[in-house]
Structure formats: structure tokens, C-alpha cells
Design a protein around this ligand. Structure first.
Ligand code: IVH
Length: 644
């Protein structure tokens, strides 16, 4: 649902399979909520939902040829006569069901929970190869075309590179990127993401043909993109031949595929076979096991992240795996190393899982030479030499030297300059690294002592970008107090907490001198945050940094009540709708009044704009669209009143 898998599909399928077996053995323990009983749900409240005319089911799946043959036997038990199968690739994206009425695209629904789906028509209309109009004499008055929305691998790689540059979370795979994109609220971003679609099924009351293959061909004729990779197979050996044919060739396709779908061709036979609660009996998916590669472990490096967490990474002899060259694999933590009983120069199996970087899943112990050295976890930080700690109940080792350990310092500087904090442009990770390694910055306050003359001689910078950086640093002096508090990077002080603190403690001096009790008396601040704030300000180095920021002219106090302009929202009639992250609804009401606006509960032509949170009510949204009333996000609203 969140498009952030933590395990691979294969591991998921194995667990589901195990659960199914257990449920069969112990029916008394089957939960009504069991994932074996339902199609997973992707419904989200941001979209209007509609019933599917034909439920969108899942497919029974298997990883073995034996079970494919079992499927054939089951089919033959129910259906007499000749059986023809259509084999198709199983495209790995987000499924979509599009209804057409009078040849016009009417509505596009996601799978949802199988019975109801999210209406993502606006987004789907931006996908270039999906027909909006179908014109042909034999097009039925009403029909449904189903297919898979895909993000080509090349587009996916570009998107992730861009996201990495902007410091955003990466998508784990093209499927997650495709379904994440389909659920965006802004269809102009969807249009820019270059999605594609391949169709694999036609549904309706008066279909042009009595078999699946004929209908696929018709769809193709009508202008729907249909992959030409499908084959008609007269028996199960041919089916298995098709599966084997694509096993490695699928890596050369522009899209991800995760298997083959085998369908009974005749619609009459399909009807005879029918459905189980979850899937059709006339189709099955054969899924390819995640590919593994065997290669040598050359060494293990230990990386220290910006939070001080230490991650072991395996350096491997380069090897080809599912279309890419793999040189490194993640080892997660110390337990994982011991669990695998990893030795230097071991031959190891690597696999691509749910995450971006491949992982080591096994060791070929038989080929291990007699005297080999077991890999052990380090006990000192590789960056600063400090003794590592591992807290009870935590899987990771940490470097506690947060003030002087280089990656942690750099991490804090990067956080300080990031868009949501001080928003200093032109200073990406690489430039920050460069400035740090040249000794030009050691902490956030050093940024304000930089001059263009110091930057110009550095490689890759030059006059123009140097002066842009200096200008942007200068502009950051206008960033309001609450965002400065967030930018400091005090542990556990995120944007919301920073905002709460800035309302209660109107200047940083008040905060520095606050007692634990005063802190915990503030909304959103519990003992953990309070003690983190205390220990930040107890440190003389931090106090020194604050004093240098003050001298540089950074806002370290909020505007006083009197100086707050009271008419930023003068005469504005504002409707609040949805759920908010940065302030409560009541706080927004007070803010509207404070800045001279009026809060109203219903949308009308007098409404100036809608302050729209998540899950905004569909009726308000519809009315707003109808009357052409602007919707502003929390961030946009807070920008108007100068809070961010
Ligand atoms: S036919 C009753 N054909 O796989 C289901 N599905 O697990 C009929 N998929 O949600 C589906 N490629 O999104 C079919 N060639 C193909 C497919 C395909 C991918 C997806 C589809 C479905 C899921 C089933």
C-alpha cells in the first residue's frame, strides 16, 4: 500500500504459502483478516471510489513446473475436449481497469480491494499510449479494458537519480514507482513521469470474439497497446517451453516482468471453470524466482551514516545479476554477518530483494578453503576511532561521537541547508563534502563566514555558482525562527515539534534556559524530546555555534505578537477541510482569525480558498472544482502567513 516493500516478492510468497499450509492443518486458527482470504488493498481516501463491474481478482501463483502441470490436470478434469492456452508475460506494474462508453474513456479504477477501486481517471488520461477514444465499427457500446501500468526501467532509473539528488526517498522498484505515481494528487507530475501501459484483458457483455486470443487481437486493432510477446500453446509442454524461453530474455525487455500468466483461451471453458473466492480457476501465474548470482566476497567495509549508525557492506567480485552488474551487497548489521557465518573470500549468493541494493542470501561453504578468516564486526568507528555502542534491543551499532565524527558533522550540515530547513541552494552533498574536506566548514556556523573568494578556486565551482551559493546563504538569514530550530538538527526535533517550541519559547534564550519540566509542559514534548533538547544546549560547542549564528543575523526569536501583521488574510473567507500534519484544525482556525481572515464551514462562490489537508471530503472537493475555487496545502498556507 505504501510502495515501500521490506522483503522481496519471493519471500512474501513463501510466507503466504506457509500460512496457507498452516491454515489447512489448523482451520480453527484461521483469522477472518487473513491475507490468504483477500486480495490486498490499495485503496486510499484521497480518491473517489467506485465498484468494479467485474471484480479484480488475483491469480493463483506457483514457482514450480510440477504445479503448472497440476493446474493443467485440474483444468482437464473439469473441461472436456481440446484445450488451448494463451501464455502472456506477467507485467510487473500497477493494474488498471478502464471502462469505455460509446468509444470514450469513461473511468479508470485501480484494483483497490478487488471489489472497489480508486478513481484515477485524471492521472490515467495523462498516459500517452492509453486511448481516450476508440473508433472502430466493431467496438461494443460499453466494455472494460484491463492492463498493467508500467514504468520503463530507464525512466525509473532517471527518476531515482533525481530523487537521490533532491534528498527524497528512492523507490525500491519500477512497480512501486508506477503505483506510487498513479496515486499522486497532481496529474501534471504524473504526466511528467512517462508511464506506459500494456493491456491484457477485455471484458463486457458483447465481446467481439468467443476466445481470449481473438479479443486481445481486437484490442490491438482498436489502438490499445498489447504486447506481442504472447503465444498460443496447444499443450502444457509448450507452456513450459514458453516459460523457459523468457526466463533470461525478459531481462532485455524495457519493463520488469515477474513471471508468465497462463490462461485458458476459450471463454466458454473459462466460464465452466469459474472462480475461487480469490482467483480464476482458468488461469495461473508462474513466477520466476529472484535470480541469484554466485560471486566472491572480497572484503567488508563499514559505513557510518549521518545519524551515526554503522552499516556493513560487502565488496564483491563484479557479477551480472538480472541485467545489472553487482559489486556491492548490503549486510544490514552484525547479527546478519554472524548468521551467515561469513568468511573472507567466501563464495556467496547474491539476490535482489525488496530493497535497492542487493543482499547476500547464502554462502557456499563447500568451496571455503581450510584456513579462512571469519568476518567480525568492528568495535571502533572507522571514521573517528570512537568505541562503538549498541543499545539494548537495537540491531545497529552506533558511533556516539556525534559532535566530531565527520559523516555525522556532514550529515548535520546537509540537514541544515536542506530545502525544508534553511533552503540554501547550490550546496548539494558533493559540494558540502568538498568544503568539509578543504577545511572550509566544520559546523553550520562556518557557512556564514564563507566568501566567494574562497569558493571560486575550488574545482567544479567557478564564479557563477560560487556567487549563487553565497547569495543563497545570505538569503537564509530571512528564514523564520521555527525553521531555524528545525534546521539545528536537535535529535527528535522535527518540523512539527520545532513549530510548537517556537510558539511556546519565543526566543532561543528562553529555550536554552528552560527546565525539563517547562519543556515537558509543552504540547508534543515528552521526556525523550525534552532531554534531547537539554543535552543539546548543555554542550558548550553548540552554545558557541548559536552565538555565531546570532552574530551572523539568523532569526533566533519569533516575531512578537505586536509586530505580527494582522491583515495577511484580510477579507479572506477560508474553508478548512481534511486532516493536517503541521497544526491542528483548531490552530488553523485561530491562525486564520489572527491574520484577519474568516473561517467558514461550507464552500460557496464567496470562498476565497480552501485550506486542504489529506483525505479532504469528496463533496467539498467536488464543489470546489465546480466553482473553480483554489485549494491550498498546509505548506502554501503557512507560507502566506510567513510561518515557513
Ligand atoms: S490476467 C483474474 N494477465 O497480475 C486476474 N494479469 O496477480 C486476471 N498481471 O492484478 C489477470 N500481467 O495486475 C493478467 N498478462 C497478464 C498480467 C496480469 C500482469 C497482473 C495483474 C493482476 C495480477 C494478478
Amino acid at each position: 500500500v505504501h510502495n515501500q516493500p521490506v522483503i522481496s516478492d519471493f519471500e512474501y510468497d513463501l510466507l503466504l504459502n506457509e500460512l496457507e499450509t498452516l491454515e489447512k492443518q489448523h482451520p480453527g486458527f484461521v483469522s477472518q483478516q487473513s491475507p490468504t482470504l483477500r486480495v490486498g488493498s490499495d485503496l486510499s481516501r484521497e480518491f473517489r471510489q467506485y465498484d468494479h463491474k467485474y471484480p479484480m481478482l488475483s491469480l493463483g501463483n506457483t514457482y514450480s513446473f510440477e504445479e503448472v502441470r497440476d493446474f493443467d490436470n485440474r483444468v482437464r478434469k473439469t473441461v472436456r475436449g481440446e484445450i488451448v492456452y494463451v501464455c502472456e508475460l506477467k507485467f510487473d506494474g500497477a493494474s488498471i481497469s478502464i471502462s469505455y462508453l460509446g468509444g470514450l474513456l469513461e473511468k479508470a479504477l485501480t484494483r483497490g480491494d478487488g471489489s472497489r477501486g480508486d478513481d484515477v481517471s485524471e492521472n490515467v488520461r495523462t498516459i500517452k499510449n492509453i486511448p481516450q477514444v476508440v473508433e472502430s465499427p466493431d467496438v461494443p457500446a460499453s466494455f472494460i479494458a484491463r492492463g498493467e501500468i508500467l514504468m520503463p526501467r530507464s525512466v525509473f532509473n532517471e527518476l531515482n537519480e533525481e530523487r537521490a539528488k533532491e534528498g527524497l526517498n528512492q523507490f525500491a522498484n519500477p512497480r512501486n514507482a508506477a503505483s506510487g505515481t498513479l496515486k499522486l494528487l497532481d496529474s501534471s507530475i504524473v504526466a511528467a513521469r512517462k508511464l506506459d501501459c500494456l493491456f491484457y484483458s477485455l471484458l463486457g457483455d458483447d465481446l467481439p470474439d468467443d476466445n481470449h486470443h481473438g479479443n486481445l487481437q481486437k484490442m490491438h486493432e482498436w489502438g490499445f497497446p498489447v504486447s506481442d510477446s504472447y503465444r498460443i500453446c496447444g499443450n502444457i509442454d509448450e507452456v513450459i517451453g514458453f516459460i523457459q524461453f523468457w526466463e533470461t530474455r525478459r531481462n532485455d525487455l524495457p519493463f520488469d516482468t515477474d513471471g508468465v500468466v497462463i490462461k485458458v483461451n476459450s471463454l466458454e471453458q473459462q466460464k465452466l471453470l469459474g472462480f475461487t473466492a480469490k482467483s480464476p480457476r482458468w488461469a495461473i501465474a508462474y513466477k520466476y524466482k529472484p535470480e541469484q548470482a554466485l560471486t566472491r566476497l572480497l572484503s567488508v567495509s563499514f559505513q557510518v551514516g549521518r545519524t551515526g549508525a554503522v552499516t556493513p557492506v560487502a565488496n564483491l567480485e563484479p557479477v551480472q545479476l538480472a541485467g545489472t552488474t553487482v559489486k556491492r551487497a548490503s549486510l544490514h548489521n552484525a547479527d546478519q554477518i554472524y548468521l551467515l557465518d561469513l568468511h573472507l573470500n567466501d563464495m556467496v549468493y547474491v539476490e535482489k530483494g525488496g530493497e535497492i541494493i542487493p543482499k547476500i542470501v547464502g554462502v557456499e561453504k563447500a568451496s571455503r578453503p581450510g584456513k579462512s578468516v571469519a568476518i567480525s564486526f568492528i568495535d571502533k568507528c572507522p571514521e573517528c576511532g570512537t568505541e562503538l555502542v549498541r543499545n539494548d534491543g537495537e540491531a545497529n551499532h552506533f558511533c556516539p561521537n556525534y559532535l566530531h565524527c565527520p559523516p555525522q558533522i556532514k550529515g548535520r550540515i546537509e540537514h541544515f541547508i536542506s530545502r525544508r530547513a534553511m533552503d540554501i541552494e547550490g550546496l548539494g552533498e558533493e559540494t558540502t563534502d568538498l568544503l568539509y574536506s578543504r577545511g572550509l566548514i566544520r559546523n553550520i556556523a562556518d557557512l556564514y563566514d564563507l566568501s566567494a573568494d574562497q569558493l571560486i578556486p575550488l574545482e567544479r565551482l567557478g564564479e557563477k555558482s560560487s556567487s549563487n551559493i553565497i547569495r543563497s546563504i545570505e538569503e537564509s538569514k530571512n528564514v523564520p525562527y521555527s525553521r531555524v530550530l528545525f534546521a539545528l538538527g536537535i535529535r527528535h526535533v522535527g518540523e512539527t515539534v520545532a513549530r510548537k517550541i517556537s510558539t511556546k519559547f519565543r526566543s532561543i534564550d528562553g529555550l536554552i534556559n528552560a527546565e525539563i519540566e517547562e519543556l515537558t509542559a509543552t504540547e508534543e514534548i515528552g521526556p525523550k524530546i525534552a532531554s534531547s533538547i537539554k543535552s543539546y544546549f548543555i554542550d558548550p560547542e553548540n552554545i558557541e555555534i548559536i552565538s555565531r549564528l546570532r552574530n551572523a543575523g539568523i532569526h533566533l526569536r519569533g516575531e512578537t505578537e505586536e509586530t505580527v501583521s494582522g491583515d495577511l488574510l484580510k477579507d479572506k473567507i477560508i474553508v478548512i477541510s481534511g486532516v493536517f500534519r503541521l497544526h491542528t484544525r483548531d490552530e488553523y482556525k485561530k491562525l486564520i482569525e489572527k491574520y484577519g481572515g474568516k473561517n467558514s464551514s461550507s464552500v460557496s462562490s464567496n470562498t476565497s480558498f480552501i485550506l486542504a489537508g489529506d483525505n479532504m471530503g469528496p463533496s467539498k472537493r467536488e464543489k470546489a472544482v465546480e466553482l473553480g475555487i483554489e485549494m491550498k496545502s498546509e505548506e502554501e498556507f503557512l507560507k502566506i502567513i510567513g510561518e515557513i
